[in-house]
Design a binder for this molecule. Structure first.
Ligand code: PLP
Length: 402
């Protein structure tokens, strides 16, 4: 029997570990860029399950591939081969121009694997080459190693002792990175575009300079594209926008359109650091997840799909800039590229209220880093849907204008 929202909230409060600060709706089903809650209220979704539902909800080819695969085989372990996994790996290697792919179940696991292989690779050069440099305000996951990689002290507090060998620099500050690097640096790990930290894109050829420093010190460049990859920037991999190639790239979120998956892809040179037994997973890359990933990998990289992201993204950014002109006190910056966009608020005072007010008006958006409205919608959103979000925001923001 279908329960009321109140009943679901009560059950959750009693039985679910209270780690999420949830919004008070119970979601029931979706179609395209729309979601419906269990009271029948409709929402235009510009969060997309946090950059996951790249093809929107109830996308028929994805639902069909999952259903057909589930009827054949959901899981067999990695002691055997399956075609969906081999196909998905081949597509990722081809798209990235790197050498070998590995599948896990989440972003954190993808980054954990990337850190492991980078350390193993560097240890072959020298036993004390182990330093991993990451950025302040980054987000890399919630396992002990990936929360250590995450340059946000609030995620570290109370979880020590944390693993050694992680250092932090300010994103976009090439001089600080240069000072910190040495022959002891195993890897520099960065989000190509910082998502959770507030939507920051690389400036002034930053990534090209990072690439050059990594080459100087024989350190690996790990790019975390868990949020910014899978077409979100308008290129399949965001690094393609910045004219560089990493040694390792990690993916997750949108990779299987909503089915849990993570992946890291490495060059052939790096791949040689791992021998059988050095890494593994029970579920990772199972045929169900890979069948879903194959639909995404057959759809998103198409030039017309990426051109749509680019076009709607630029239009959206212009509209956000117009919105900033109308509310200059409230919106202090608009940034991002493709369909990963942010509008910075003058303070964190009203971030959550604005998100709640939009929700009441049938629009799902997100506020990250306390004061950055973040837009990471399904990549299939249209200009008309952008107009709707902008109208809603305009209405809501008016309430907070002084
Ligand atoms: C979401 C995210 C992660 C963590 O992914 P999970 O699937 O939640 O473990 C890591 N890095 C970035 C950039 C992310 O956005």
């Amino acid at each position: 029997m279908k329960e009321t929202a109140q009943e679901v909230f009560q059950k959750d409060a009693k039985d679910y570990l209270p780690v999420f600060n949830r919004y008070k709706i119970v979601l029931d089903h979706g179609e395209g860029a729309y979601l419906w809650d269990n009271t029948g209220k409709k929402y235009l979704d510009f969060l997309g399950g946090i950059a996951v539902n790249v093809l929107g909800y109830n996308y028929k080819p994805l639902v069909d591939a999952i259903s057909q695969q589930a009827a054949k085989l959901i899981h067999v372990s990695n002691l055997y081969y399956t075609q969906p996994q081999a196909d998905a790996a081949a597509k990722l290697v081809e798209l990235s121009g790197l050498g070998k792919a590995f599948f896990g179940n989440s972003g954190a696991e993808a980054n954990e694997g990337a850190i492991k292989i980078a350390r193993k690779y560097a240890h072959q050069i020298s036993p004390d080459k182990s330093q991993i440099i990451t950025a302040w305000d980054s987000f890399h996951g919630r396992t002990i190693a990936t929360l250590t990689a995450t340059g946000q002290p609030k995620y570290h507090e109370g979880f020590g002792p944390l693993p050694d060998g992680f250092d932090y620099v300010h994103y976009n500050d090439i001089e600080e990175l240069e000072k910190m690097m040495s022959d002891k640096t195993a890897a520099v790990m960065l989000e190509t575009i910082q998502g959770e930290g507030g939507v920051y894109t690389p400036e002034n050829d930053y990534l090209k300079k990072v690439r050059a420093l990594c080459d100087t010190y024989d350190a690996l460049l790990i790019l975390d594209e868990i949020q910014a990859g899978i077409g979100r920037s308008g290129k399949f991999f965001a690094y393609e926008k910045y004219g560089i190639k990493p040694d390792i790239v990690t993916l997750a979120k949108g990779l299987a359109g909503g089915v849990p998956i993570g992946a890291f892809i490495v060059t052939d040179k790096v791949a040689k650091a791992f021998k059988p037994g050095d890494h593994g997973t029970t579920f990772g890359g199972n045929p169900l997840a890979c069948a879903a990933a194959n639909v995404v990998l057959d759809t998103v990289p198409k030039p017309e799909f990426l051109a749509h992201v680019e076009e709607v993204g630029s239009y959206f950014k212009e509209q956000l800039q117009e919105l900033q002109k109308k509310h200059p006190e409230l919106i202090t910056d608009v940034r991002g590229t493709g369909l990963i966009l942010g509008a910075e608020l003058n303070s964190s005072e009203h971030g959550r209220d604005i998100v709640n007010d939009c929700m009441a008006e049938g629009a799902i958006i997100n506020c990250t880093a306390g004061n950055v409205l973040r837009f990471i919608p399904p990549l299939i959103v249209t200009k008309q849907q952008v107009d709707t979000i902008i109208l809603t925001l305009d209405d809501v923001l008016a309430k907070y204008d002084k």
